[in-house]
Each structure stands twice: as structure tokens, then as C-alpha cells.
Write a protein that binds this ligand. Structure first.
Ligand SMILES: Nc1ncnc2c1ncn2[C@@H]1O[C@H](COP(=O)(O)OP(=O)(O)OP(=O)(O)O)[C@@H](O)[C@H]1O
Ligand SMILES: [Mg+2]
Length: 456
């Protein structure tokens, strides 16, 4: 079972794992008011939400999950990078040596007092002088070096999550950072290998995960989500939030009209006419601002040059033509909507983009998609030991030797994911883009792009 504690709702997804694949069993969603911008502010409220979503999902799935993996918002997290080195007296690399090398990187890292390690993810290895190795298992040499992405989390946030599940009576098998989970749920192995970004745009937050070499190499966060668009519409049209939410979700249908009739936010509410253009202006302005910030955040990561695919997920991904809108800001990348496809029967059962994190938490829990990591309990886990962590000094049989695919070495980032490197700010030419795209699109989209032209 995977659980995502979001700012608007708790999502639970239950699946069955047969040792090869995970099959979707059912999901449950419960609204909650106990989370503000990804941060838990009311424990009791979240406990109630967790119990409700869990009961709903269990009823749909008809099974009681054995293991629970919980996603924690990236809003609590921070990246640091470290390097570990170990000698190889036996001249051969087993899991034990990899485990030691990652632990050495953790030992070398400076962890602030109020933080704890959530994940230590090795993203490239070096054996003697051979750099850019994805997986050194079975290789021989004198020295193993590893670059590790360490995901830190606020201690208090982790304690709160543990407390919530204790109170809800649900034992937790593992905890995962939400953009790590959504990336595992949504991005294909190839996308994670080539380099890609997941943008999880939720209620009041955006969580960004960057993957390269199949690993989470960086992440970022931003305290704006789809609800800010609703609020802007409500404000500009002077209408209640509920009405603005409906308008946002049916925005494409709206474009056929110049004026619409909505209830005012007066008491008692009265029907009033609002110009579509006024609403569209507010919506487009907010979206433009959001995407320019996403672009800036992606531009500052040292891994930017590897990002070839951008997948948008979370509730906002359901906005009509969101992939086409995003493409205006990321013309060089493949842009797509991200539904969690890494489990069977999910999309055919009406899988929604809001569930990507919860599905991904399950994929994380199974462990097959992760090469190696140290988790929040310092357990060394990954695809060689799916579902459970092996003890720090234990070892398991070696997988068959194989040819190692070498890559260009990635320079270890010296910065945390929140520090920036400068990049030229490009101003988008909507006119030109819309002319090019408009030819291929349907009437509604053309109208939307025309509207963008008039606005900017
Ligand atoms: N068709 C749509 N177009 C735009 N936004 C939508 C659409 N459908 C749902 N949403 C928005 O998605 C948001 C909820 O998304 P989600 O469930 O991913 O958020 P969350 O996980 O609870 O919050 P967060 O990730 O910020 O902590 C709401 O603001 C809702 O308005
Ligand atoms: Mg969310």
C-alpha cells in the first residue's frame, strides 16, 4: 500500500505484488484540512484522513495490505551531495562493498542537527580510474568511489509522520520523498535513465524530481499549486472558490463563450455575468508565472542538460491541454502528462494523476526500480533485495556478471538543490509559438492560443 499525505487530500493506493509486477487493487481519497503547503499542521485531522482513505481503499481492493509505504512532501526536504571511497582488499565488488562506500559518503557529509537522512542514493560509481559507472557489482579493482545524493528531511516532519501512523494503527514499512515516489510511478525506466523531470503540481505545492542514470539526482519544491489559479479566478471574478474551481476545471468549454453566468460571492448569492476574457487573463497570468518558475528551477540544477522529458502530474495535470501549454515553456523537451503507469491495471481502472505519488510509494516499497539506497532507517536496499532491507553487514549472492555500460561522468554538484547557477532568462514569444502550434491544433486550442497572443 502507498500513501500520499497531500495538502488537499490523503490518497491511498493498494496493490498486489507477485514477485514480478504490481497490480492495482484499489484506491481511496479523503479530504483533509490538516496539511498546509505540504506541511502537517494538525495531526488529528491527518490521522482521520488517513483512516478514512485507508478504509475506502481497502473496501475497493478487497484485501488488507501487509506493507505500507508513506510519501513525505519534498517541502520538508533538502539535497546535499557527498563522495564515498573504500579500498577493495579482495579486489571484487559485492553488495557489502557498495554498502560500505555509500556509508562512507554519508559519514563524509555534514548533516545539520535538525535534519535526518531520508535517502542516500548513489548515482554514479568509479572503480580505480574508470569513471561514470552505473552499477559496479561484480567488477574488480583496488578502489571503489561513489557519488551520493543525500536527501535530508526535517526530523520533526519524520517524527510527525511516524506519530500519525502509530495513532492510525498502521505500521509503516518505509518512507519516501514524494518527488522520488512520483518519478518511480510515472516515468519509464528509459526516461529515468536518459534524464527527465517530474513536475507534481498539487493543491498548493509543486514538487519537482530530477532523474538521471535511473536515480533521483536532485529535487526542488515551490509553494504554489493549482489552488492558486482557483483563488485568482475567484478574486478577479468576485465569485466563491467553489464556482472558481468549477470554471478552472472546465476552462476549455468556457472558451466558446465571451461571457458566462456565475453565482456572485454576495449573500445571498446572485447570478452575475463575468467576461471569459477576464477569467482567462487571471488564469493565464498565473500559469505563465508558474511555468517560468518551473523553468528557472530546472535551469539551476547541475543536471539540467540531461533533462530530455518533462512529465506533469498531480491534480493540475488534468487541466485541458496542459502538456501543450507546458511545451510553450519547454520547447526543447518532450513534455507529457504523467499518469502512474508502472503498475498494471491502473490506467485502465481510471487511474488519476493525483494518485501518482501514492502509486509511486508502492513502487518504491517493492524496491525493484531502485538500484541501491540507504533508507531513513539506514537500511541498505534496492533491486537485489526487494521488499526488505538487508542488514548493514549482510550480503546476498551476486547477480550474473554483465558488461558495464559506461557513461560520461557527471560532475558532483557542489551546491544544494536550492542554490542557483545563473542562466540567461529567455522571454517567450507566444506569437511565434502559437502560430506554429496553432496550425496543428483544434479550434478550441487555437482560440486559447489566440487569447494568449492578445494577453502578452
Ligand atoms: N482539471 C483540472 N484542472 C486544473 N486543476 C485541477 C483539475 N482537477 C483537479 N485539479 C486541482 O488539483 C489540485 C489537487 O491536486 P492534488 O491532489 O495532486 O494535490 P495534493 O496532493 O492534495 O496537494 P499538494 O501536492 O500541494 O500537497 C486541486 O487544486 C484541484 O483544483
Ligand atoms: Mg501532492
Amino acid at each position: 500500500m502507498g500513501i500520499d499525505i497531500g495538502s488537499s487530500s490523503v490518497k491511498v493506493v493498494i496493490g498486489e505484488y507477485d514477485g514480478q509486477t504490481i497490480s492495482f487493487g484499489g484506491s481511496g481519497i479523503a479530504s483533509t484540512k490538516g496539511v498546509k503547503k505540504g506541511k502537517i499542521t494538525n495531526l488529528e485531522e491527518v490521522v482521520r484522513g488517513v483512516k478514512e482513505a485507508y478504509t475506502k481503499a481497502k473496501r475497493v481492493a478487497g484485501i488488507s495490505p501487509e506493507l505500507t509505504f508513506v510519501a513525505i512532501s519534498g517541502m520538508y526536504g533538502k539535497s546535499i551531495y557527498s563522495r564515498g571511497i573504500v579500498n577493495l582488499p579482495e579486489r571484487e565488488i559485492h553488495l557489502r562493498e557498495i554498502n560500505r562506500a555509500i556509508k562512507n559518503a554519508v559519514y563524509n557529509a555534514r548533516i545539520p542537527q535538525d535534519s535526518q537522512i531520508l535517502h542516500a542514493i548513489p548515482y554514479q560509481f568509479q572503480v580505480d580510474n574508470m569513471e561514470g559507472i552505473y552499477d559496479p557489482i561484480g567488477m574488480g579493482g583496488n578502489r571503489l568511489e561513489v557519488d551520493v545524493h543525500i536527501v535530508l528531511i526535517e526530523k520533526s516532519a519524520l517524527e510527525n509522520v511516524k506519530r500519525i501512523f502509530k495513532q492510525a494503527g498502521i505500521p509503516v514499512a518505509g518512507i519516501v520523498l514524494s518527488p522520488f515516489a512520483s518519478g518511480l510511478g510515472v516515468l519509464t525506466q528509459e526516461e529515468r535513465e536518459q534524464g527527465s523531470a517530474i513536475l507534481d503540481v498539487g493543491y498548493t505545492t509543486t514538487n519537482i524530481g530530477i532523474f538521471y542514470n535511473k536515480n533521483l539526482v536532485a529535487f526542488d519544491k515551490f509553494g504554489v499549486g493549482s489552488h492558486h489559479i482557483t483563488k485568482d479566478i475567484a478574486e478577479v471574478a468576485q465569485i466563491p472558490i467553489k464556482e472558481a474551481e468549477k470554471i478552472k476545471k472546465n476552462f476549455n468549454a468556457l472558451l466558446k463563450h465571451t461571457k458566462i453566468s456565475v453565482k456572485s460571492n454576495t449573500i445571498p448569492p446572485e447570478p452575475q455575468e463575468v467576461s471569459v476574457r477576464t477569467i482567462a487573463t487571471a488564469l493565464v497570468m498565473r500559469m505563465k508565472e508558474m511555468f517560468l518558475i518551473y523553468r528557472k528551477l530546472l535551469a539551476k540544477t547541475p543536471f539540467r542538460k540531461y533533462i530530455s522529458t518533462i512529465a506533469i502530474t498531480g491534480g493540475f495535470a488534468k487541466f485541458p491541454s496542459i502538456d501543450k501549454i507546458a511545451k510553450l515553456f519547454f520547447p526543447k523537451q518532450v513534455v507529457r502528462v504523467g499518469i502512474a503507469r508502472q503498475i498494471q491495471n491502473f490506467s485502465s481502472s481510471g487511474g488519476e494523476s493525483e494518485l501518482s505519488v501514492a502509486v509511486g510509494a508502492m513502487v518504491y516499497g517493492v524496491g525493484r526500480e531502485i538500484l541501491y539506497e540507504l533508507d531513513h532507517d539506514n537500511r541498505f536496499r534496492g533491486k537485489h533485495n526487494p521488499l526488505s532491507g538487508i542488514g548493514p553487514e549482510e550480503d546476498v549472492p551476486l547477480p550474473p556478471k554483465r558488461e558495464e555500460k559506461r557513461r560520461e561522468r557527471v560532475k558532483q554538484p557542489q551546491t544544494t538543490s536550492t542554490q542557483s547557477t545563473e542562466r540567461k532568462k529567455e522571454i517567450l514569444d507566444f506569437r511565434d509559438l502559437s502560430r506554429r502550434q496553432g496550425r496543428q491544433e483544434d479550434g478550441v486550442w487555437k482560440k486559447f492560443l489566440n487569447m494568449l497572443n492578445n494577453l502578452f
